[in-house]
Design a protein around this ligand. Structure first.
Ligand code: HEM
Length: 157
């Protein structure tokens, strides 16, 4: 069956494809979920979105930040070795395609990462995040976020 044009995500004319391509490698440890549990992952994401709320990229996000934070939490639950919540609730992840409507340039990525780093500072005590897996998760965030960059320079922020 051939896909109809309407099945495709709308690709903006000025879209940028990072030369590095999709991230390679195993991703964060799948032992993380076992230690943190679902509630702590949702709390971490709520706190991350509270940081985004105060940041210069706030206008990119919808009014309902708690709802948006729950989508990220669902994604991380699966990534950390728990049930595939995101797929169950929202379908195929296709993260780059889902981010295309938002103009994400390198500057926006740096702000996003800085918010995440702040939240991860006390992650061991606050969310029971296993300390030995923090460097791997931070490395994952860095490479995966690079793949979310879709504009050379954003014009709609
Ligand atoms: C490069 C930095 C990034 C920026 C600026 C960014 C920005 C955004 C924005 C504006 C949304 C829409 C939120 C809303 O509905 O209000 C979103 C959704 C989302 N982001 Fe990101 N994002 C970035 C990187 C990432 C990364 C690295 C991940 C995964 C680890 C991720 C996971 C998600 C998920 C799961 C959603 C929900 C998708 C959906 O609508 O179904 N994002 N992001």
């Amino acid at each position: 069956m051939t896909a109809q044009p309407s099945d495709q995500p709308r690709i903006p004319a000025d879209v940028y494809v990072p030369p590095g391509g999709p991230p390679q490698g195993a991703g964060p440890s799948r032992e993380i979920y076992q230690q943190m549990g679902q509630d702590a992952i949702f709390r971490l994401c709520a706190d991350f979105y509270a940081e985004l709320e105060q940041s210069e990229i706030r206008p990119m996000f919808s009014a309902d930040m708690p709802a948006a934070s729950k989508k990220l939490a669902a994604f991380l639950v699966g990534l950390f070795g728990g049930p595939p919540l995101f797929q169950q609730l929202y379908g195929p992840p296709q993260m780059r395609a889902r981010h295309l409507p938002f103009a994400i340039d390198e500057q926006a990525r740096q702000v996003w990462l800085a918010c995440f780093r702040r939240v991860l500072q006390d992650a061991e005590s606050k969310y029971n995040f296993p300390a030995e897996h923090l460097p791997g998760f931070i490395a994952f965030l860095s490479s995966f976020s690079a793949w979310m960059v879709n504009r050379k320079r954003a014009t709609n922020e």
